[in-house]
Structures are given as structure tokens and as C-alpha cells.
Design a protein around this ligand. Structure first.
Ligand SMILES: Cc1cc2nc3c(=O)[nH]c(=O)nc-3n(C[C@H](O)[C@H](O)[C@H](O)COP(=O)(O)O)c2cc1C
Length: 301
């Protein structure tokens, strides 16, 4: 009942682990896979190792968390070792980032044989200069990165977009035109910040970070809804999904599968089974036989 097909992958359910949350090592990815996810997305990684920002890198605020990890990762060669240790059989999407078309395609080429699909992170709001949202806020740059990767690899490619733009549709169309096979909407929102009352200083070492969790759900939902009306490629919805009701909203808005990040930090890995169970009983109740019957229903007149 919950099976979906997306980016040439058959998923047992539409609920994936979002990038960056527990996806840094094979053991955490295996652990997620054993806990009912339909698929996993890895932490974003790059050509060279990146230390990221010093602590503190995350802070809890009302409605979610703000993080400025700075895309820390051990680099693609070390990450390949982790990918090789994944022994649980769920589809794996590798998230990657870079600062130029050459860098994106080089990283993509190095790992395409080890994963089922790639997710291009052009949308991190706290990435070092030249990476992340500075690419995803520009339709031409977004298109360049996508085109370069698509020319290099054969696996399906989804592009993760930032909500921090004036017009999400413009960027979504640029990604589609450049050959993207899917879109992932959205990366964290912001940047935002939080100030310590005792020290009168910003809490995060980077001062600013990306907001995730329930507070960003209405914005993520709106991005999915608008993109669905403009593009033909499938959309993976992410942003503030805490339970099956949130998941249903994203499906109705036009997402054909969803990712869960911050909710794992709040609820543990049980959240995946909980969302799947809730989704299944919702579907029985409403007499849906397949997930795709729900996709885009919010667009009816
Ligand atoms: C601690 C943390 C680390 C993250 N790291 C990444 C990352 O490496 N790459 C990426 O594309 N998104 C990253 N994200 C963004 C999430 O994948 C997701 O898009 C965002 O948090 C919104 O979903 P959520 O509200 O379910 O967390 C990270 C989010 C958090 C909270």
C-alpha cells in the first residue's frame, strides 16, 4: 500500500531520512534503514574534507532548531569507505555539494556506482562562501551545476533547493531545464539566529544558521505546492514533517515522497514507523489504495 517509485528507485514506503541528520556514517545509515525508512539520504559531502564551524553548531528555538554545522564532512574518499559499509538494503541517495560545476561532477562521478541516486545540495544557508544557497539562489548557477552532473553520471539526480529566494518556481524550472530528474524541497530556512541572554552574544559560533522543524512546514509546503504547478519532474517534500498528517499535507501539495530530519532528533528513529503506520491507517480510512493517488490533490478546483 505504501510502496512508491521515484527516481528509478522502488521504495517500500515514501518516508526517507533527510540529508545531514544521522547520515554521516555507515552505522547510522544502517541503523536508520533497520528502523522502517523507505530510503536514506546521506550527509552532504564534498571533494575535500571540510571541518565546518566550531561548536556550538545547533541551538533549539521555539518551533525547531537552528544549525550552522557548515557542511562538515570527511571528503568524498573517506565517505566512499562509509558507503561501502552500508549493509542494509534500502535505496541510498548521496547528498553532495561543491563550489563549481567541475567539483560537483567530480564528486558525483566518484560515487555514482555506490548509490541509487544523487541529491545536489545547492541550498545550504550556512555553507562557506561559494557553496550552498549562493548557488541555489541563482537560476543560471543552479542550471550550470545540474547540467555538469547530468553530463557526467547515469544515476538519477534530484536537486535540493533553498526556500530563501524570491521565486522558487524560477529556480525549480532552471533545475528542470538543466536535466534534473527530481527536486527536493526544501533545505533549512533563513539564516536565523539566537542570542544568549547572559553573555549577550549569538549562541552559534557562526552567529547565523538554518532553521528546521515544525515552524518551517508552512513555507516548505508552499514551495512544494508552487513547484508542483510549474514542473513535470517529481518532488520530494521536506521541512517540518513531524507526523503522518504533515506527510499527507505534503503529498496533497504535490510531493511524491517525503524526507524527515528534525523529527528524528525530537522523536528518535521510531518516527519513521510511526509516520508509516499513521499514513497507512489514514489511507484505509479515506479509501486510498496507493500513495500516488494522493499526490497533488490540493490542486483540484
Ligand atoms: C543538524 C542538521 C544538519 C543538516 N545537514 C544537511 C546537509 O548536510 N545537507 C542538506 O542538504 N541538508 C541538511 N540539513 C537540512 C535537512 O536535510 C532538511 O532539509 C531541513 O532540516 C528541513 O527538514 P526538517 O524540518 O525535517 O529537519 C540539515 C538539517 C539539520 C537539522
Amino acid at each position: 500500500m505504501l510502496e512508491v517509485e521515484i527516481l528509478n528507485m522502488k521504495l517500500k514506503n515514501p518516508v526517507l531520512l533527510a540529508a545531514g541528520v544521522m547520515g554521516s556514517t555507515a552505522s547510522s545509515l544502517n541503523w536508520a534503514a533497520r528502523n522502517g525508512v523507505g530510503g536514506v539520504v546521506t550527509k552532504s559531502f564534498s571533494l575535500e574534507p571540510n571541518k565546518g564551524y566550531p561548536n556550538p553548531t545547533t541551538v533549539e528555538v521555539q518551533g525547531g532548531i537552528i544549525n550552522a554545522i557548515g557542511l562538515s564532512n570527511p571528503g568524498v574518499e573517506a565517505f566512499k569507505v562509509e558507503l561501502g559499509r552500508i549493509d542494509e538494503k534500502v535505496p541510498t541517495i548521496a547528498s553532495l555539494y561543491g563550489s563549481s560545476p567541475e567539483e560537483f561532477s567530480l564528486v558525483a562521478k566518484k560515487i555514482e556506482d555506490m548509490v541509487d541516486a544523487l541529491e545536489l545540495n545547492v541550498s545550504c544557508p550556512h555553507a562557506m562562501t561559494g557553496c550552498g544557497a549562493s548557488i541555489g539562489q541563482d537560476p543560471d548557477l543552479t542550471g550550470e551545476m545540474v547540467r555538469a552532473v547530468k553530463k557526467t553520471v547515469n544515476v538519477p539526480v534530484t536537486v535540493k533547493l533553498t526556500p530563501n529566494v524570491t521565486d522558487i518556481v524560477e529556480i525549480a524550472l532552471a533545475a528542470q531545464e538543466a536535466g534534473a530528474d527530481g527536486l527536493t524541497l526544501i533545505n533549512s530556512l533563513g539564516p536565523g539566529m539566537c542570542i544568549d541572554l547572559e553573555t549577550a552574544r549569538p549562541i552559534l559560533s557562526n552567529r547565523f544558521g538554518g532553521m528546521s522543524g515544525p515552524a518551517i512546514k508552512p513555507i516548505a509546503l508552499r514551495c512544494v505546492y508552487q513547484a508542483y504547478e510549474a514542473v513535470k519532474i517529481p518532488i520530494i517534500g521536506v521541512g517540518g514533517i513531524m507526523d503522518h498528517k504533515d506527510a499527507v499535507e505534503f503529498l496533497y501539495a504535490g510531493a511524491c515522497s517525503i524526507q524527515v530530519g528534525t523529527a528524528v532528533m525530537y522523536q528518535g528513529l521510531e518516527v519513521f514507523q510511526r509516520i508509516c503506520n499513521g499514513l497507512e491507517s489514514f489511507m484505509r480510512d479515506k479509501e486510498f489504495n496507493r500513495v500516488d493517488e494522493m499526490v497533488g490533490l490540493a490542486h483540484q478546483d
